[in-house]
Design a protein around this ligand. Structure first.
Ligand code: SF4
Length: 396
């Protein structure tokens, strides 16, 4: 008897097959709304240059450190997500900000730039698996759970830059702040001055690493809220006892590194210094020699003496570029198997050429436009971060 195919139940974050499905309920889709040039077109570089030249000062291209070389060569500035958004805000004369990065970064740039500036993401499918692990309706459910447990009024939400504008806005409304990987310690310290618990979104690893390594809390002070379980999988007494409630989210790239990778590279490369991003698991960070944001990793290696050896636990495009720019040092990827950020890699030369040529022809494509209410509250959360004491935050 022929079986009946049962459609799998769709969750709010159902995984879409790239190029075959689209999500009509979200801003993101996977189909390019125009004619993409063929990747084999030998004129792609010349076409990108010509379109960039035609747009002149009306255009400002931002390139995240994890972008491909074929794209980063056209960036007017490179950096982490926060630095890039700040750079966009500092260029009010640029009518078009083309963000070669992922969706949440383009949203932040739109929030921080003026209403006259248009932020373009060359491929709407360039999301972030971590940011997508926290959906606003789930976060609102979580808050109701904290209210029922009687702790919401003592809890300060802190959200990592790598989250949607809606979650940044939620954070702003609930007296919380955004943080980056370089100011997470200051953000958590500030939060504990405002309340006695923190809800940390959406990266459990950055939250745990900061709470335990930097603030001296114990692992037992942290609990993990799982949005797919009733009450987050926690009892009310676990919620009451916790100091930090970590959202169950992680980066699929940094989540690949394990403590065994660190042991293995120390055996393979005697004398190596292991440097990892704080989005890595606590067990990896505990074994590493240094921990830091992308900007800190770049600075540590650029300033290291010739002949030094480094194993780097972050995205591969950046590690490859570090190796290229530091030929006098030995630089290896921490994992034996390579791993790019697949969503970052969605921005390729054909999408960039298509976006630039469309703009040059007067067609605004793939604009990221955060609604004004969301923008207002997200900016409140971003401004709280900017007001934190200490050096200018940044560096995701
Ligand atoms: S490297 Fe991780 S956190 Fe960064 S954009 Fe990719 S999936 Fe998101």
């Amino acid at each position: 008897m022929a079986g009946t195919f049962v459609e799998p139940e769709q969750t709010p974050l159902a995984l879409l097959l790239l190029g075959q499905q689209a999500d009509p309920d979200s801003e993101r889709g996977v189909d390019c709304p125009g004619d993409l040039p063929a990747p084999s077109d030998p004129d792609l570089v010349a076409r990108a240059l010509a379109a960039k030249q035609a747009l002149g000062d009306r255009l400002f291209i931002l390139g995240h450190h994890y972008q491909r070389d074929e794209v980063i060569q056209f960036a007017d500035v490179t950096g982490d997500s926060f630095k890039l958004s700040q750079q966009a805000a500092a260029r009010p004369e640029a009518e078009f900000i083309v963000f070669c990065g992922v969706h949440f970064m383009a949203e932040s740039a739109d929030i921080l730039t003026s209403d006259d500036q248009k932020v373009i993401l060359p491929d709407m499918a360039a999301g972030c698996s971590m940011a997508d692990m926290a959906e606003i309706s789930q976060v609102e459910d979580c808050w109701r759970t904290l209210e029922r447990a009687g702790v919401a009024d003592r809890t300060i939400p802190i959200t990592y830059m790598n989250s949607s504008a809606a979650i940044k806005a939620f954070t702003g409304k609930h007296h919380g702040s955004v943080c980056t990987s370089s100011n997470a310690e200051r953000s958590l310290t500030w939060a504990f001055e405002q309340g006695d618990k923190v809800l940390f979104l959406p990266d459990q690893h950055l939250g745990r690493n900061t709470a335990v390594r930097d603030l001296g809390l114990s692992l037992d002070d942290c609990v993990v809220y799982d949005p797919r379980k009733d009450n987050g999988g926690l009892s009310d007494s676990q919620i009451e006892d916790a100091r930090v409630i970590l959202w169950r989210g992680h980066c699929s790239v940094h989540g690949r590194f394990t403590a065994e990778c660190v042991d293995d590279v120390r055996e393979r490369v005697p004398g190596v210094t292991v440097i990892v991003h704080p989005e890595c698991d606590y067990s990896v960070v505990a074994k590493a020699d240094q921990v830091g944001s992308t900007e800190k990793i770049i600075a540590a290696i650029d300033n290291a003496p010739a002949g030094s050896k480094w194993a780097v636990g972050t995205e591969l495009n950046l590690v490859k570029r570090l190796a290229l720019n530091n030929p006098d040092k030995e630089i290896v990827y921490l994992d034996k198997t390579v791993c790019f950020c697949s969503t970052m890699n969605r921005i390729d030369l054909p999408h960039l050429v298509w976006a630039l040529e469309s703009l040059a022809a007067g067609h605004v494509v793939n604009q990221i436009d955060v609604d004004s209410e969301t923008e207002h509250w997200a900016k409140v959360a971003l401004d709280r971060m900017l007001a934190l004491p200490g050096p200018t935050p940044g560096r995701d």
